[in-house]
Design a protein around this ligand. Structure first.
Ligand SMILES: NC(=O)C1=CN([C@@H]2O[C@H](COP(=O)(O)OP(=O)(O)OC[C@H]3O[C@@H](n4cnc5c(N)ncnc54)[C@H](O)[C@@H]3O)[C@@H](O)[C@H]2O)C=CC1
Ligand SMILES: CC(=O)C(=O)O
Ligand SMILES: [Mg+2]
Length: 572
């Protein structure tokens, strides 16, 4: 959190850091604490003498020590808790450790382990690390948000009401866990200054009986508030964001099916906002699909796609495909005619109109042609449609079983299969199963990380590949809106980095280990698009003329990214 306005310090990414603190207080602030990393001069100037052991260490020494401690822990959840503690002790050390061991720690700080941490949020709680807004006290919204800094301090706000977290459903106030984890990734992947991002939990109650019965549960102990009171609370929050932080980008995460898209549609015209589950998932899946289509030698015009699980993510993917292909000269209707949505009632048909969500309706299949076919059976649907692509966002493990996959492999040369449900145990199939039942011919991407199978790398098709880039691109351009074309620019940039373009056995998305470089390129593409289409306000607000040439813009972007390093401290 930024210091109070009386001692406000600029939150920069280079040069000396102004510090108004000293002594024990400084050691308790993760933004300023360097522990054994403080130099002799800093110990003197900031009155730290006597508070630290004699020996002085470099950041690299500290990372080695912390990493050894991390490795000595066995269970992923214990590792997650350890990293959480490190984060509230020394922010630079925390991010440097993550950066140096990125691939290894990714599944610990994010899906799947973060899901476990969120399920146990009230029992693992040590220190609060975000902004908690209570539906029973909407009068506190402004005061709570304003405590995070002045208008120019805040770039990004991630908000969740915790209804549909990472595939594990309603976690009530545990929402703060996903907002914080996504905020960490904003810094780690895209270099957003950690103090310029606010993770927010909207505590509107929970319908999770386990939590309601748990005497240690830390959130509001009543059912989820819905309807007008909920809408008013969310609206109060958004209007407050607009008022206090008009430059910031608002990121919605893990809202439930009945709210996610509705809130996005309501607020998109009002401010720069983005729903990661709808748009981020759609964007990364489209990038992986573009890569897969190239490997399979297919044409998007002919592609038949079945999406199993037509909720927030499933319909987000369908819309992203439809809107992107429309810009490539394939009409929206043609794309919609080639997408089949399947949900709990089976294939979604026109005759189900009244039971379908507005997002599902445009894709409902005409009933004629399906007479005598069991539309509840995925294998039967696959037999009839003969899809090239099968995408899972259902949270139904093992839904892509042997009959389904074998049926798919009968009709197409290279089945494209993306089981995207998180966490790992909810995947519709494992990569090993998919390869087994398609005789190794499938092109696979998964929602959570998986190890290689028979030397084949498995792309992690997770929105973490794009939202940091889209978010930071919107921040740096000071975008008025996060537009479809800016998201499209991110998709094209990511699709252009697919290892499978060079090696047909390569992954459909680049390696998460390279996420900082990947994000920098996406940021740059988004900034350039925002400049071109006039959504950017960076010159107007900050007086900055961003280079419009690609390489120069990329260099500029890299300079704006926060890095975990001990910059000189200046006493103020
Ligand atoms: N890989 C990634 O980047 C992302 C993955 N996801 C994952 O996708 C899954 C779904 O997330 P959301 O769309 O946000 O949830 P959601 O609740 O909005 O949608 C889930 C949909 O699946 C349907 N469903 C549930 N059981 C089913 C069954 N047995 N057969 C067919 N359909 C069934 C539900 O009725 C609902 O329409 C979660 O596991 C989530 O973690 C979500 C966003 C991003
Ligand atoms: C990845 C993500 O956003 C989800 O599973 O909800
Ligand atoms: Mg999500």
């Amino acid at each position: 959190m930024a210091p109070k306005s009386s001692t406000r310090v600029p939150l920069s990414v280079k040069g000396p850091i102004d510090c108004p603190y000293e002594g024990r207080e400084m050691l308790s602030l993760p933004q300023f604490n360097r522990g054994t990393g403080f130099t002799a001069e800093e110990r003197d100037v900031f009155d730290l003498v006597g508070h630290l052991p004699t020996s002085m260490q470099t950041l690299e020494n500290q990372v080695d020590r912390a990493y050894d401690q991390y490795c000595s822990l066995e269970a992923p959840l214990t590792k997650n808790t350890f990293l959480m503690s490190l984060k509230v002790q020394n922010e630079v050390l925390y991010f440097r450790l993550l950066q140096d061991h990125l691939k290894e720690v990714f599944s610990i700080i994010y899906t799947p382990t973060e899901s476990e941490a969120i399920e146990q949020y009230s029992r693992l709680f040590r220190r609060p690390e975000g902004c908690f807004l209570d539906i029973n006290h909407p009068e506190h919204i402004e005061r709570s948000l304003a405590a995070w800094g002045a208008e120019e301090d805040i770039d990004y706000i991630i908000v969740s009401d915790g209804e549909e977290i990472l595939g594990i459903g309603d976690q009530g106030v545990g929402a703060i866990g996903i907002s914080s984890a996504k905020a960490v990734l904003m810094t780690l992947c895209a270099g957003v200054h950690p103090s310029r991002c606010i993770p927010v939990a909207l505590d509107v109650g929970t319908d999770n009986e386990r939590l309601l019965k748990d005497e240690l549960y830390l959130g509001n102990r009543h059912g989820r508030v819905r309807g007008e009171r909920y809408d008013k609370f969310v609206d109060d929050f958004v209007q407050c964001v607009k008022k206090l932080y008009p430059r910031a980008v608002l990121h919605f995460e893990d809202f439930g099916l009945s709210n996610a898209r509705r809130l996005l549609e309501t607020y998109r015209p009002q401010l720069a906002c983005f729903n990661d589950d709808v748009q981020g998932t759609g964007a990364v899946t489209l990038a992986a699909l573009i890569a897969a289509v190239r490997v399979a030698g297919l044409d998007f015009r002919d592609l038949r796609i079945v999406i199993f699980g037509a909720g927030t993510a499933g319909t987000g993917i369908a819309d992203q495909l439809r809107d992107f292909l429309d810009t490539q000269g394939i009409s929206k209707q043609q794309v919609m005619d080639h997408i089949w949505l399947v949900d709990k009632p089976g294939l979604l048909l026109e005759s189900m109109h009244d039971q379908l969500t507005p997002a599902q309706r445009p894709y409902a299949a005409a009933d004629n042609g399906w007479n005598g076919i069991d539309t509840k059976s995925l294998a039967e649907i696959v037999k009839k449609v003969k899809p090239h692509v099968l995408i899972g966002c259902s949270t139904k493990p093992k839904a892509f079983n042997e009959p389904v996959l074998r049926e798919m492999a009968k009709h197409v040369e290279r089945p494209i299969v993306f089981p995207l449900s998180n966490p790992t145990r909810l995947h519709e199939a494992t990569p090993a199963e998919i390869f087994k039942y398609t005789d190794g011919k499938a092109l696979v991407a998964t929602g959570s990380p998986f190890d290689n199978v028979d030397g084949k790398e498995i792309a992690e098709n997770n929105n973490c590949f794009v939202y940091p880039g889209i978010g930071m691109g919107s921040i740096l351009s000071r975008a008025r809106k996060v537009t479809e074309t800016m998201i499209g620019a991110a998709v094209k940039e990511l699709a252009g980095m697919a290892p499978s373009d060079k090696d047909p056995d390569g992954a459909l998305l680049p390696d998460v280990a390279d996420i900082r470089d990947i994000s920098a390129r996406i940021i740059s593409a988004v900034v350039l698009q925002a400049l071109e289409e006039g959504t950017a306000r960076v010159e107007e607000i900050e007086g900055i003329k961003v280079p419009r040439e690609r390489d120069q813009c990329l260099e500029w972007v890299k300079e704006q990214m926060w890095k975990p390093e001990y910059r000189p401290l200046r006493k103020v």
